[in-house]
Ligand binder design. Structure first.
Ligand SMILES: [Zn+2]
Length: 511
C-alpha cells in the first residue's frame, strides 16, 4: 500500500487535480472475499424487513427502527452511531393498527386494502351503501348534498387495467447499457404546464371533500394497483388539523368491480373497520454512523454512503428501500472487518422522510452543507468528498450515473476497474433523479446513484408486495462489494472528485 501512496503523490505532482489511483489488487481480493464468503447480507436483510416492519416517516414503527438500526450499526463495528434530527415534519406520526375492508352486498368478498397514510379511523366496524362520485362541475356536487350520511363513496375509475406482455423481472441488456453511456444532452425539455383544468379539478375535489366531511360519509375508496395488490398512498394532513375521513386504496380489480356494479344499478354495500393512530412526532431523523478517518489532514473530509430508512406503510419497504440500507450497512461491516484505517472518514447516512420529499437528506444538507434559507455555504461543503446512494430496488449495479460531472469520469474509470468482472461497466454522464443524492448533486457536489438492473421493481415498490421476497440476495452482495470498494478508494485516494465549477449556485435574494 505504501507503494501505491507514493505513486499517487508522484502523479499528484505531475498531473495536479487529475491524479487518482486505485487501491491494490490485494485489497480488491480481500473486499470480495469478505463480501462473498463471510456475507451478513441475509441476516441484515431479515432484520431490516421482517423484524423492523414498515417504516413510514415519523410513525412509531419508524422511531423504533431508528433505535434498532443504530444498535445494529454498533454491532457491525461502526463508531459514533447516532440518531440525528434532520427536519421538521408537519404531518406528525401515523400508524395503522387495524384494517378490515369487505364488500357485503350483492355478495361477500373481503379485500386486500391499504388505508391511505394520515387518513382517519372508522367508528369501529361500520357498514354502508356505496355510491359513485360522478362529479364534473359544481352543480354535480350540490346533487349529493343531504344524501351522503352513512354512505361509502367510491371515487370514479381513474385507471384501467392494461394487459402487459413484458416479463415480470428483467436485467439490462448490453445494448441498453451502451445507450445509457451516451450523453443525452442537449435535452429537449418541455416544461409541463398545469392547465386550468387541473386547478378546476383540484378545487372541485376540495369542495367535494368539505361536503363529505360535513355529511359524515363513512369512507372514501379509490382504486390503484393491479393483481389484487393496492398501492400505498397518503393524504394531506398537518398536526392539529381535524382527523381526515377514512380513505382506502383498493386494487383496480376490486374497486372497478364495485364501480361497474353501482353504475349498472346493483346495490353494493361495504363493511369497514379501520383504526389509525396519530402521534405528535413532528420530526424527521437520520441514522448516522462512521468509520473515522485517521489521516491528520484528511480525516475531517467525508466519504458518505447512504439510502433511505423510511418506507411506505404497506409491506416492509424491502426493495424500497431496505435494500439500499442493507447494502450500505454490509459495506460498512466489510470495510471495518478488513481493518483498513481510512484516511478520510467514511460515514453511513440512513435518511428519514425520503418518500414525502427528501426531508432527511435535505435537513442534513441544510444543517451541515449549505444553508438554503441564507444561501450560505457551511463548513461541510468543502469537506464533502463523495456521496453514493442506492434507491432503485434490489438489482445489481451495472454502472453509475455521474450527474453531468465530467470530472468524476477518470476517478470512476480508475476505481471501477476492479469491479468490471462483477458487471460494473457503464459510466453514464447523465443525471438521474427523485432520491436523496439529488439533494447534494444540486449543490454541485459529487453525489451519485447507480445504474441498477430493474428486476421487478416498478411492479412491486410502494405496495404491500414490497417484502423480503423482493430482495435478490446475490445482487445485494455484489452491490455491497462495490460500495465497500468505491468508498474505500474514495477515502484513500490523495485526490477527490471536485465539485462542479461555479457551485454552489447562490441565489440573489434581492431579485
Ligand atoms: Zn425509495
Amino acid at each position: 500500500m505504501k507503494k501505491i501512496l507514493l505513486l499517487s503523490s508522484l502523479l499528484c505532482l505531475n498531473y495536479a487535480a487529475n491524479a487518482q489511483t486505485a487501491l491494490s489488487n490485494e485489497i480488491a481480493y480481500k473486499v470480495k472475499n469478505e463480501a462473498f464468503n463471510n456475507s451478513k447480507i441475509e441476516e441484515i436483510a431479515q432484520f431490516m424487513t421482517d423484524y423492523l416492519g414498515p417504516r413510514l416517516a415519523a410513525s412509531n414503527l419508524k422511531v423504533r427502527s431508528e433505535q434498532l438500526t443504530m444498535e445494529k450499526l454498533d454491532e457491525l463495528g461502526c463508531s459514533n452511531s447516532r440518531i440525528e434530527f434532520a427536519a421538521d415534519f408537519p404531518s406528525g406520526g401515523w400508524d395503522n393498527e387495524k384494517t378490515y375492508v369487505a364488500m357485503t352486498a350483492p355478495y361477500y368478498c373481503s379485500f386486500s386494502a391499504n388505508p391511505k397514510a394520515w387518513s382517519g379511523s372508522t367508528n369501529g366496524p361500520v357498514k354502508g351503501e356505496c355510491i359513485v362520485a360522478n362529479i364534473q362541475n359544481q352543480e354535480d356536487i350540490e346533487k349529493y348534498r343531504g344524501k351522503l350520511a352513512g354512505k361509502v363513496l367510491l371515487m370514479p375509475t381513474s385507471e384501467q387495467y392494461e394487459m402487459s406482455f413484458e416479463p415480470l423481472a428483467r436485467r439490462y441488456t448490453d445494448e441498453q447499457l451502451n445507450e445509457m453511456a451516451k450523453d443525452s444532452r442537449p435535452y429537449n425539455r418541455r416544461r409541463s404546464v398545469l392547465n386550468n383544468d387541473y386547478f378546476k379539478k383540484r378545487e372541485l375535489l376540495r369542495q367535494l371533500y368539505d361536503l363529505l366531511k360535513e355529511e359524515q360519509v363513512l369512507a372514501i375508496i379509490s382504486g390503484s394497483g393491479t393483481f389484487n395488490v393496492p398501492n400505498s398512498r397518503g393524504v394531506q394532513y398537518k398536526v392539529g388539523d381535524p382527523e381526515p375521513i377514512t380513505e382506502i386504496v383498493l386494487p383496480l380489480e376490486d374497486h372497478n368491480r364495485m364501480v361497474r356494479l353501482v353504475n349498472k344499478g346493483v346495490p353494493v354495500e361495504m363493511e369497514l373497520d379501520v383504526k389509525n393512530t396519530f402521534t405528535d412526532n413532528q420530526k424527521v431523523n437520520n441514522v448516522i454512523a462512521e468509520i473515522p478517518g485517521t489521516d491528520p489532514k484528511l480525516k475531517n473530509e467525508i466519504v458518505m454512503i447512504g439510502a433511505h430508512l423510511d418506507s411506505w406503510h404497506g409491506g416492509t419497504g424491502a426493495a424500497d428501500n431496505a435494500s439500499g440500507c442493507i447494502v450500505m450497512m454490509e459495506a460498512m461491516r466489510i470495510i471495518k472487518e478488513l481493518g483498513i484505517q481510512p484516511k478520510r472518514t467514511i460515514r453511513i447516512a440512513l435518511w428519514g422522510g425520503e418518500e414525502q420529499g427528501l426531508f432527511g437528506s435535505k435537513g442534513y444538507a441544510m444543517n451541515e452543507i449549505f444553508n438554503a434559507k441564507e444561501q450560505k455555504k457551511l463548513p461541510g461543503y468543502d469537506k464533502f468528498a463523495l456521496y453514493l446512494n442506492m434507491d432503485n430496488g434490489s438489482g445489481r449495479f451495472r454502472g453509475i450515473h455521474l450527474e453531468e460531472n465530467d470530472q468524476a469520469i477518470p476517478f470512476m474509470q480508475t476505481w471501477g476497474k476492479s469491479l468490471e468482472s462483477l458487471g460494473f461497466k457503464t459510466l453514464s454522464i447523465r443525471s438521474t433523479n427523485s432520491t436523496d443524492h439529488v439533494t447534494f448533486s444540486r449543490l454541485g457536489l459529487p453525489a451519485f446513484q447507480f445504474i441498477q438492473d430493474p428486476l421487478e421493481y416498478r411492479r412491486t415498490y410502494h405496495t404491500p408486495m414490497d417484502c423480503y421476497e423482493r430482495l435478490s440476495i446475490n445482487d445485494l452482495k455484489v452491490n455491497a462489494t462495490m460500495i465497500a470498494w468505491l468508498a474505500l478508494n474514495a477515502a484513500m485516494d490523495s485526490e477527490r472528485i471536485p465539485a462542479k465549477p461555479g457551485y454552489p449556485l447562490i441565489e440573489n435574494k434581492k431579485n
